[in-house]
Design a protein around this ligand. Structure first.
Ligand code: GAL
Length: 957
């Protein structure tokens, strides 16, 4: 005989959404009804299984005096220095056996306790609601010893009626939170698994006649310029909007002339919904979203999404974000020209959506749903195609839509992410379409678009995107009628993403392509005392996906990475293109709605990178989509000569909510007079000595021809270098094995090239060193000749490289590496800057004069890798030397070798040595986005081919 025990925790594995909670309704941040935040210090006891402890802790009088204290909102695994367990990172693999709806017996369970008094002025009448805004992954709740219910749906709100249980003082709120539950099968997003009560807990007074649910319908007719407002409310009341003279009953439509809401012009009207018992402030934005002519249109115009995927992340608090952190995200996005955000892969804290309304961002609000791990079993038993789970899916859809429906910023509801296909998804889409016809439905996982209003893909390569733009991609009849977005592209892991400018050109060229969302906003590194930032595996996880969790446009501390700076330039809303031959600049307004009245334009004129004159440029207030040719002033006459260039900038003309006056929105540069390349007449003779050969200011080892000094400066001989510490994109992904360049490069041996010295020739006017640079075990090689000449003062090195054998791989880099003393610190250069650039990430590299320390040249990618190159360098000064390039070169300098950089797994592995290593590169291989997506496009390949390049060295001062 066998039997299964039933326990008090059976709800954990129940596929139903839970019991006891109130129906979902609109979320609003405040009203005149009393409320009490229950955030703060709570008592916590963590036990190893769901049923290790009974529920007596929920009873009044229980003494939790010896329990730990934690902060709510928070995740217990990020508090207590590991005493309560650790975070786990997996991308799509479930960190437990896949046997839905069962979860492991080892199920960390956090019992939370909080005792609270009601404030003295808490109203005696009416009722009360207890609201949880987010608990991962399943919770059971007791108030004053009474079990009030249990729920799943981690990033969704749950409310319980508790008025009848409250007392003036000594209320005991007990919450039992289980890390794993049936709900975990629906929450397989690529992120850390972080149990806890991670969003607010609030007690809301509900006066008699207070607001229940309400739906603000605010549309805009772009033909008449009128908006129609109708607020449907479960409890009758009135709606007032003073600025529009609106005072109507709920349910009554009213049409008046309004300023519409768009992400570019986020005009919100303040209103109030008044019922008998409550006044709720409203922020109303009028806009109409439709699918028309195969395009997503807002207020009658197609929009181009310049977006990003945002997970909620804080390096210490995980997904427990405070308002200021959310605002920082929005401000950073606005300041970097982003206009859209996909809330991957769950509804965010609702305050984030208020910020999107206020500052202006288009939002794809995504449901808390992903079942990606089922892909491992060919999607068998996928909950989204199993009717038993459909109530849970519909519950999630409803909790998202009902909570968030009053945000003008939301233009799409997304069913979830990477959940395959199935009836459950269709049921969600049908329910959403029925509930809210004023927005469109998104889901990427069904390429036939059965349930969606947009054809959405992730990481489609450029060529396919172009084909889709041309409408040549085929697909179902329905799909062919739909617009296209890339809900994820430009995988921002480590150095990169490369190739986004190439995507943007396609998005701008083909109407059907309505833009995309970079993956993703922030690196989910966890602050760690020894490692700097921890990533997958750093907590000893059994299964993990390493640093795949660090793939954002901002570092864990929200400092912008070069990827964000690049993206800002690529998506700038004004294009500035110059033509110095006719002295005009073409300005194109790439906004979808706004004219250029918010911007002021400035020109400046640089001679050898230094601005010699600047002024304002008068640009017409072009409407969205218009361009104009604007005449530039005459170039300053007295400074003709040298390399000259125009720079034109578009700046904010006045302070805005998101950036101050003079914030640079867009810029363009174009050359006037070309650079004069450095020339050194080879007038000096090399003088052979016993140990040294001298030539001009330099000395060389007589036997090896290696450079020793220039002037008084000790120099570690420049020699050919082809290796770089592979980037995450060089490493690529397992599903693109043929093009995982770092592995191919290592197999070929490019990280261990041998330098064979063939001859040192002291000639009449040159010292010539002939070498062959090649990896062990291979026949390919690079015949490399170093030719040194001097005019007595300056020293010129010409490097000639001739590939030998059959080279089938691109080179990581081609240039020389040299060493300078550790005292080398300040770096000045004339070339691209201020930040890093690579062949396919160089849009934001502005030619000018720049200065930095060696340390500041490094880009702190969480997993160390190639970084910090500056493009188009004409000359650089460091360590007492000036190095000029013919032609321009790529420059980088670091206090460790490439090999050390390659070996490091965290930034704390890197320590300064006694040499500053300098790379002067003639070429670099592109970066691409192959950590999840395409590698570099062919035009950014560094092919092994005959090359010649020179550097001129001189001593400064
Ligand atoms: C996508 C997924 C994201 C993330 C990304 C790679 O497939 O939707 O959640 O995993 O790949 O970083």
């Amino acid at each position: 005989m066998s039997f299964r025990t039933t326990t008090a925790v059976d709800y954990v594995e129940d596929v139903s959404p839970g019991s006891g909670a109130l129906p979902p309704r609109a979320w609003y941040p405040s009203s005149d009804a009393a409320s009490l935040s229950l955030n703060g210090s709570w008592r916590l006891r963590v036990s190893p299984t769901a049923d290790a402890e009974d529920d007596s802790f929920a009873e009044e009088g229980y003494d939790a005096g010896d329990w730990a204290e934690v902060t709510v909102p928070g995740h217990w695994v990020l508090q207590g220095d590991g005493a309560f367990g650790s975070p786990i990172y997996t991308n799509h693999l479930y960190p437990f056996p896949v046997d839905p709806p069962h979860v492991p017996t080892e199920n960390p369970t956090g019992d939370h306790l909080r005792v609270f008094d009601l404030p003295a002025d808490w109203p005696a009448d009416g009722s009360a609601v207890l609201r949880f805004d987010g608990v991962e992954s399943c919770a059971r709740v007791w108030l004053n010893g009474t079990d009030i219910g249990e729920f799943k749906g981690s990033r969704l709100p749950h409310e319980f009626a508790v008025g009848h249980l409250l007392k003036p003082a000594g209320n005991v709120l007990a919450v039992r939170v289980h890390q794993w539950s049936a709900g975990s099968y629906l929450e397989d997003q690529d992120q850390w698994w972080l149990p806890g009560i991670f969003r607010d807990v609030t007690l809301l007074h509900r006066p008699a006649g207070s607001v229940l649910d309400f739906f603000v319908h605010a549309s805009y007719d772009h033909v008449t310029g009128e908006g129609t407002l109708r607020v449907d409310s479960d409890v009758d009341g009135r709606v007032t909007v003073p600025a529009l003279d609106i005072d109507v009953a709920t349910g009554e439509p009213v049409t008046v002339a309004v300023r519409p809401w768009t992400a570019e012009t986020p005009y919100l009207y303040d209103g109030v919904l008044t019922t008998e018992g409550e006044r709720v402030p409203l922020r109303i934005g009028f806009r109409t979203v439709v699918l028309e002519d195969g395009l997503i249109k807002v207020n009658g115009r197609p929009v181009l999404f310049k977006g990003v995927n945002r997970h909620e992340w804080h390096p210490e608090k995980g997904r427990a974000l405070d308002l200021e952190t959310m605002r920082e995200d929005v401000l950073l996005m606005k300041r970097h020209n982003l206009n859209a955000v996909r809330t991957s892969h769950y509804p965010p804290h609702p305050a984030f959506l208020d910020l999107c309304d206020e500052y202006g961002l288009w939002v794809i609000d995504e449901c808390d749903l992903e079942t990606h791990g089922f892909t491992e079993q060919g999607w068998r038993d996928n909950p989204v195609d199993d009717d038993r789970w459909t109530p849970a899916l519909l519950d999630r859809a409803a909790r998202m839509v009902e909570r968030d429906k009053n945000h003008p910023s939301i233009v799409f509801w997304s069913l979830g992410n990477e959940a395959g296909t199935g009836r459950g998804l269709t049921a969600m889409a049908e329910w959403i379409h029925g509930r809210d016809s004023s927005r469109l439905v998104h889901y990427e996982g069904d390429w036939d678009c059965r349930d969606t209003d947009v054809y959405s893909r992730m990481y489609a390569f450029h060529a396919e995107v172009e084909q889709i733009g041309q409408g040549l991609d085929g697909g179902t009849h329905k799909r062919r009628e739909l617009p296209f977005i890339q809900c994820e592209y430009g995988h921002a892991m480590g150095n990169g993403p490369g190739g986004i400018a190439d995507y943007q050109r396609l998005f701008e060229k083909y109407e059907r392509l309505q833009g995309g969302f970079i993956w993703e906003w922030i690196d989910h590194g966890i602050r760690h005392p020894e490692l700097g930032y921890a990533y997958g595996g750093d907590f000893g996880e059994e299964l993990h996906d390493g640093n795949f969790v660090c793939d954002g446009l901002v570092f864990p501390d929200r400092r912008p990475s070069p990827g964000l700076v690049e993206y800002k330039k690529v998506i700038e809303p004004v294009r500035i293109e110059g033509d110095s031959s006719d002295g005009t600049v073409r300005v194109t307004n790439l906004h979808d709605f706004a004219d250029l009245s918010a911007l002021a334009f400035e020109w400046s004129y640089q001679v050898d990178g230094e601005t010699v004159e600047a002024g304002t440029l008068s640009v017409p207030e072009l409407a969205a989509g218009e361009s104009a040719d604007v005449k530039l002033p005459e170039p300053p006459a007295e400074v003709r000569g040298g390399e000259t260039r125009w720079t034109v900038r578009a700046l904010l003309a006045a302070d805005t909510a998101w950036a101050p006056k003079d914030h640079v929105v867009a810029w363009g540069q174009f050359p006037a007079a070309a650079r004069v390349l450095p020339s050194v007449a080879p007038t000096d003779r090399p003088v052979p000595g016993e140990k040294l050969v001298t030539l001009g200011p330099a000395s060389f080892d007589a036997r090896t021809g290696a450079l020793r000094t220039i002037g008084g400066v000790r120099v570690d001989n420049p020699r050919l270098d082809v290796w770089r510490a592979p980037t995450d994109n060089d490493d690529g992904t397992e599903w693109q094995s043929g093009t995982r360049y770092s592995a191919l490069w290592r197999t070929l041996g490019l990280h261990r090239m041998q330098h064979r010295l063939d001859s040192v020739e002291v000639g009449e006017d040159a010292l010539t060193v002939r070498t062959r640079v090649a990896p062990a075990a291979r026949e390919v090689g690079l015949s490399t000749v170093y030719r040194w000449t001097s005019d007595g003062g300056r020293l010129r090195l010409t490097v000639s490289v001739t590939p030998e054998g059959e080279w089938t791989l691109p080179l990581p880099r081609l240039g020389v590496r040299l060493g300078l003393p550790a005292s080398t610190d300040r770096v000045r250069w004339f070339g691209g800057g201020p930040g890093e650039a690579y062949p396919d990430t160089r849009s934001a590299s502005m030619v000018g004069r720049w200065e930095s320390s060696v340390d500041e040249l490094q880009t702190p990618y969480v997993r160390p890798q190639e970084n910090g190159a500056r493009a188009d360098v004409r000359w650089v000064e460091l360590g007492g030397l000036r190095i000029e390039g013919d032609p321009e070169f790529w420059f980088s300098a670091r206090r460790w070798t490439t090999e050390q950089l390659d070996a490091a797994s965290h930034l704390t592995d890197l320590t300064a040595g006694d040499t500053v290593w300098v790379n002067l590169d003639h070429g670099l291989h592109g970066v691409g986005s192959q950590s999840c997506g395409p590698g570099p496009l062919p035009q950014y390949f560094l092919r092994a081919e005959p090359s010649e390049f020179s550097f001129v060295f001189s001593v400064i001062g």
